[in-house]
Design a protein around this ligand. Structure first.
Ligand SMILES: Nc1ncnc2c1ncn2[C@@H]1O[C@H](COP(=O)(O)OP(=O)(O)O)[C@@H](O)[C@H]1O
Ligand SMILES: [Mg+2]
Length: 357
């Protein structure tokens, strides 16, 4: 296994930079998710690590060795794609063995590796079948197996679960996580799905417009988003971001005001922000039935029960926001509610730079 290091990596198509000065170190044995909306540069990044695309600038090293000019086949990596890319006319066993045969590996060693992968991925009973005789999840496991038999230093995966239905995706998520735990492999995993990144990765690299926004554990990215983009991208429903301005004692928006703890207020003052965005997740908003000191009045727009939790769309002045409540509470569209914000879980972002204050 190996460390993967990207330093100031750049790649453009024509005028636009698809990957803009990206520096990132994936530690030996670490599962890192590259995550961000479609078009943010994830696949471009992965393909540069794989050697399928040339860099316009910067450096990539694998296991301490500069690989910029190294052929993909010499980089000791294995890729898993969204569309499995299995050979339709070969059995599962041959799908697994073929890449090793192409490398001239001895028969005995190939058999050992295929058996080992089949055992690990629980596809031993499928080895004589052809891909079309497999379910989507089984095909995905075979695709993983084909990467596994290579015993690469690094696994590169590009949206490998995107073609599966929702239920299977959840199941494969935990299988992939176990795969990583068993193997202690270095994995770079591309996904547009923040939940996949949150649930599987040791660290997530959030990208937007070709630029790295934040690189940290899922817990810290969720609790301390570096900017408004990350705040709204990570977590579902998205964090509420409400425009406001600083006042003597806190913040105010259209028709509402909120006193802030002095430390938070001081931080915002120090940054010299004129306008701010108040960031608050649905779970950090208490809903009170009557006016209470410190609480701000809002109005219920719609009520969305989901079973375990009920989401409410509310109007606060000119802003809309989402709050949540236990399913046994009842709300009526149009009714007033008083919002009590959990001060320890409030975020402020500068309205101009969108950076966390
Ligand atoms: N072959 C290409 N030619 C021109 N533009 C491309 C090409 N591949 C990707 N791009 C552009 O580069 C940006 C990043 O693409 P990509 O890395 O595929 O994003 P992601 O995988 O995050 O969806 C996008 O704006 C995309 O349109
Ligand atoms: Mg992509």
């Amino acid at each position: 296994m190996a460390e993967v290091r990207l330093e100031n990596v750049r790649k453009g198509y024509g005028e636009a930079l698809a990957v803009d000065d990206l520096s990132l170190t994936i530690a030996d044995g670490e599962f890192v998710a590259l995550v961000g909306p479609s078009g943010c540069g994830k696949t471009t990044t992965l393909n540069m690590i794989a050697g399928l695309l040339e860099l316009d600038g910067g450096e990539i090293s694998i296991d301490g060795r500069r690989v910029n000019d190294l052929d993909p086949k010499d980089r000791d990596i294995a890729m898993v794609f969204q569309n499995y890319a299995l050979y339709p006319n070969k059995s599962v066993r041959k799908n697994l063995a073929f890449p090793l045969q192409m490398r001239g590996m001895a028969r005995g060693e190939i058999a050992r590796r295929v058996d080992e992968a089949a055992r690990m991925l629980d596809i031993g009973h499928l080895l004589e079948r052809r891909p079309r005789e497999l379910s989507g999840g089984q095909q995905q496991r075979v695709a993983l197996g084909r990467a596994l038999v290579r015993e690469p230093k690094v696994f590169l995966m590009d949206e490998p679960l995107s073609n599966l239905d929702a239920k299977l995706r959840v199941q494969m998520r935990s299988e992939l996580k176990r795969f990583h735990q068993d193997l202690k492999a270095t994995i770079v995993y591309v996904t547009h799905d923040q939940l996949e990144a949150m649930t599987m990765a040791d660290r997530m690299a959030v990208m937007h417009g070709g630029k790295l926004q934040q690189y940290d554990t899922p817990e810290r990215v969720y609790a301390h988003p570096a900017n408004a983009f990350v705040a709204s991208f990570v977590g579902s429903p998205a964090m509420n971001l409400i425009p406001a301005r600083l006042t003597e004692t806190g913040i105010a928006g259209d028709g509402w005001q909120l006193a802030l703890p002095p430390a938070l207020l001081a931080r915002a003052r120090q940054a010299g922000s004129a306008g701010v965005l108040l960031g608050v997740r649905h779970g950090a908003i208490g809903l009170l039935p009557a006016a209470t000191p410190g609480a701000v009045e809002a109005r219920v727009l719609t009520v969305e029960p989901t079973g375990d939790i009920t989401f409410l769309n509310l109007r606060l002045g000119e802003s809309a926001l989402v709050a949540s409540a236990a399913p046994d509470r009842h709300f009526t569209p149009g009714q007033p509610l008083w919002l009590e914000f959990d001060m320890a879980r409030l975020h402020l972002f500068d309205a101009a730079s969108e950076l966390a204050l």
